[in-house]
Design a protein around this ligand. Sequence first.
Ligand code: ADP
Ligand code: ZN
Ligand code: ZN
Length: 734
Amino acid sequence: MLYAEVIVDITSEALDRPFSYIIPEEMEKEIAVGASLRVPFGTREVRGFCIGISDRCEMDPGKMKTVSAVVTDEETAEARLVALAVWMSRTYGGVLTKSLRVVLPTKKKMNPLMIRRAFLTDREAAKNYREKLTKRQKKRADVIDSLLLEDGQLVSRLVAEYGVTLPIIRGLEKDGVISVLASEKVRRAGEFSGRAGEPVILTPEQAKAVSDIRREWREKKRPVLLSGITGSGKTLVYMELIADALREGKQAIVLIPEIALTAQTVRRFVERFGMRVSFLHSRLSEGEKYDQMKAARRGDLSIMVGPRSALFTPFRNLGLIVIDEEHEETYRSELVPRYHARETAVERAVIEGANVLMGSATPSLTASYRVETGEYAGVSLGQRYGEAILPETVIVDMRKEAMAGRRSIFSEILRDRIRECVDRGEQCMLFLNRRGYAGFVSCRACGHVVKCPHCDVSLTRHKNGRLICHYCGYEMPDMNTCPECGSSHFGGLTLGTEQVEEMVHAEFPGIRTLRMDYDTTRGKEGHTKILADFGAGSADVLIGTQMIVKGHDFPNVTLVGVLMADLSLNADDYRSAERTYQLVTQAVGRAGRGKKRGCAVIQTFAPDHYAVRSAANQAYAPFYREEIAYRRILHYPPVGTMMAVLGSCENEKLLSTGMTYLKKFIARIDPGNALMAIGPAPQSVGKVRDRYRQVIYLRHERMDYLILARDKILEYIEINSGFEKIRVEFDMNV
Ligand code: ADP
Ligand code: ZN
Ligand code: ZN
């Protein structure tokens, strides 16, 4: 006898454990891991997923229930996704149902979007009918006239054009003059159309990259990291390999960071692959997403492009997963399960027998390290396509500027360069790693900082006279004097994009600016419009946060100013140097994408830091060497694995006590201190929405050791009533 372990599809964490059911003999062949089943549960019958099959069972078979049916309508493609969810929950923690909900996002069937068209049942009969209509029945006559001219029009169009009402349409239908046929419309990500076009001719370097990757996959099937500066043609290489997969009758998933999913990207893919490609993005409705997934499952699509959730597209025969801008932070989910799309893609590829190709101009330390250890294969592109040449870079030591008594946010050299650039009729981008007007507000007399009462972050001053919390949205009126000591030496400290914009206007009268940050892009098409306006030349200077440094191609931009290159170096995170390197490299890469040579001016208080230096020289290798040595010494990922144990609670004292107990418990299960536990300490933001947050970091060479520790911690928490009010989550970093 065979038994199925079944996860019952009910929204309750208490039910997050498999139940065993007897598999009736006639279903034995049909049921596999991932199969969707109907099973008796309590007094009802519910849907469930099979997550394991065995021929043994600890329970008394006489008391066990039997699987009622196998649901065969749409489970086949999902089977492997369920297996992936099991892996995700095992690797990243969190209950299995949460992982299942991520990989099978829209379980509830959405109503299909129906479109209805009106057809004449018989032209001659319709003409006769029309003759007999009275003057008062003009609307009916209009509809028939219109259909005589063009049969099969959309009912909605008839309604809109002739002001007819639905009862009139129904009346005509009842009289047998017309018939209305409904058909299902596939909701699509935006309206675009296209025919598959001709592939471009690759440069010798690009062609070699393609053939190297093909050879790798014929022989070893390792994931491939394609590193190449922006503009070197990585996207074209992806397309060649996607075309390979399609030729074999397989499908491909292309992950890109949401911010890079512009009309430009969409157009390129549609031009190459026609309507076999579709796009997912976060602004799609549930219905639209459901339709996309259904179309993919049915086989109507071959390529799905989108942010990390596109990874779970239920293709039947997945051949390739591409991850563009592999280093991006957005590939890491901040919700449980805290999965990383790169790692999860590699696992999905193993399950599906597919290949993985990831690309970046600034590869993550993790991916580069995997190439070094041979887990991934590395392929690179060294040249930019066409005549575009790398920009000149200038590092400005802002400490010297300050010593010389210059207080402006623009160094002398940057000011000169901006003026020259604008005088030549070219464009400039100013990049600042901050948002808001004047950053946080503090008192220069007593040091008091105005913080959000619900979150442990300082409020940000906005021009509209409000102080705003960027974590929970809390707002309060701005103030001129310190609420603590009454001093009037009270105001903004650091720099925001709004302030930069004002300073640009003060410094360069008449200059035209556009600003792109959290506040100006909140609207639906916010950033698309700003970028389009800038591309069309409606401003001389684009000022923005990290959003402006990603992937946009503006041939007329010949100057990039990085105002505070080292802001991200101060973040208390082992990845801060990596992040600084990536941001500065990308910012520099924005200059001179056209035929003119560009220039990047990098202003910094840490001009000798290897992250700043390497980025200025666009030299990855020296950066990697320094950074990996540092990670190695401290056993940080990717050399070791790190797991954050995240605790949160409304009661600060209770949280401290609980986390301290956890730390002691960890010491008990790990007497040799192999786990290198650090903490508990407040998380980088110590309170959000009135919940206090603390963290314990555990590091170990091997992930399975940390998973084991996590299981023991979970058991401990479960049997200890002291943890009832404390939420404990885990974040696995590799
Ligand atoms: P990446 O993805 O590395 O940033 P892209 O694939 O976007 O690079 O290429 C940058 C630009 O150069 C694109 O406009 C692309 O069409 C063009 N390009 C690159 N290689 C070729 C080629 N072999 N033939 C024609 N155009 C090319
Ligand atoms: Zn004060
Ligand atoms: Zn807040």
